[in-house]
Write a protein that binds this ligand. Structure first.
Ligand code: NAD
Ligand code: UFG
Length: 342
């Protein structure tokens, strides 16, 4: 019997990967996840199975190990790869750039080499709004100037460059680059959510932990930006909307090429807006203090996501209220994240 056509999801145990696996399973795709659990744990995949009511295949492997990737491609009939596996902490990437270049560049190289060898040529890449340079011109379109300023962002842009070169050398590749804005929130069941292995650096997980009593106080990085209330403005996107963006992109992979899409809501919220929305969703007070700006932060960043709407038939359904309420539900149901399985 021939093996069923399967989607390989690298980094599928992580925050965005696990939510994407749920949506793919619910739309009847067969999945194999490869993850080394460096920033996640296997319970997340049990929860994915539980939500979807069926099981995915999971292989522990490091994506930098090309032999391991080849063996996955030998054992499964992989039709396309969604490549989430990467390290993503901006500050750590400044302190330890080689770790980021190795994991994110060598990891992607090894996946692509194994794919080329096995003639699998559909690839969806997790890029980031961080590839855009610091520009006052908003919203950001896919053609806005590029210029990441930290090693993490540079790995994303370098991979994008590599993907353009790969397609130029072999125009049978079908590559989709998704530039995510600021993912937030959790699955509506409260069974999966964001659970980084170390202290979070991003706004919503920090606020969530403060509300849950795991952290004391939020440092608001600057209130002197040229924004309505002086705090930084970002385009927060519900992780389920983002996951559905991957399903939409996969369905539209009909033409070879390098296709680039912003995935965001097109709307910006300030740090103060997010604090207020979270306080409302959780009925908890979020203590905060204003401190100086964080180096490298842009005042404002939000997407023009009209290309994804036009070409992928995709648009966001959830707003900041659902992002806060689902993040809070995830925290309440899982006070220590996945560490204590239900
Ligand atoms: P995450 O850390 O929760 O998930 C990444 C997963 O990849 C983890 O499960 C980790 O264990 C795995 N992984 C890392 N290196 C690996 C390796 N060498 N081999 C195998 N597995 C490995 O992060 P996330 O928020 O789900 O992000 C997913 C992707 O989206 C990443 O590529 C990230 O850079 C990108 N992205 C994230 C954000 C964000 O704010 N969360 C924004 C833009 C882009
Ligand atoms: N902020 C605070 N205090 C904190 C954390 C964040 O005030 O403790 C502020 C930041 O200054 C910024 C906003 O909250 O104005 C959002 O900050 P995040 O760290 O949550 O997100 P960033 O926009 O800085 O960056 C994130 C990821 C990047 C990714 C980018 C776009 O960290 O990797 O979103 O997707 F590229």
């Amino acid at each position: 019997m021939s093996k069923p056509s399967t989607i390989l999801v690298t980094g599928g145990a992580g925050y965005i990967g696990s939510h994407t696996c749920v949506e793919l399973l619910e739309q009847n795709y067969e999945l194999v996840v490869v993850d080394n659990l460096s920033n996640s744990c296997e319970y997340a995949l049990d929860r994915v199975d539980k939500i979807a009511g069926r099981k995915l295949d999971y292989i522990w492997a490091d994506v930098t190990d090309c032999n391991a990737m080849e063996s996955v491609l030998e054992n499964f009939n992989v039709e396309a790869v969604i490549h989430f596996a990467a390290l993503k902490a901006v500050g750590e990437s400044v302190r330890n750039p080689l770790k980021y270049y190795e994991n994110n560049m060598a990891g992607t190289l090894s996946v692509l080499k194994a794919m080329a060898k096995h003639n699998v040529k559909k690839f969806i890449f997790s890029s980031s709004a961080t590839v855009y340079g610091n520009t006052a011109q908003m919203p950001l379109t896919e053609d806005s100037p590029l210029g990441p300023i930290n090693p993490y962002g540079k790995t994303k842009l370098m991979v994008e460059t590599m993907l353009h070169d790969l397609y130029a050398s072999d125009p049978t590749w079908n590559i989709t680059i998704l530039r995510y804005f600021n993912p937030a929130g959790a699955h509506k069941t409260g069974l999966i959510g964001e659970d980084p292995n170390d202290t979070p650096n991003n706004l919503v997980p920090i606020i969530t932990r403060i509300a849950g009593g795991r952290m004391d106080e939020l440092m608001v990085y600057g209130d002197d930006y040229p924004t309505p209330d002086g705090t930084g403005v970002r385009d927060y996107i519900h992780v389920t909307d983002l996951a559905l963006g991957h399903v939409a992109a996969l369905k539209k992979m009909t033409e070879p090429g390098v296709h680039i899409f912003n995935l965001g809501t097109g709307r910006g919220y300030s740090v103060m807006d997010v604090i207020k929305a979270f306080e409302k969703a959780s009925s908890k007070k979020i203590p905060y203090k204003i401190v100086k700006r964080r180096e490298g932060d842009a005042p404002t960043s939000y997407a023009d996501a009209s290309k994804a709407k036009r070409e992928l038939d995709w648009q966001t359904k959830f707003g900041i209220e659902e992002m806060c309420s689902t993040a809070w539900q995830w925290q309440k149901k899982n006070p220590l994240g996945f560490k204590r399985p239900q």
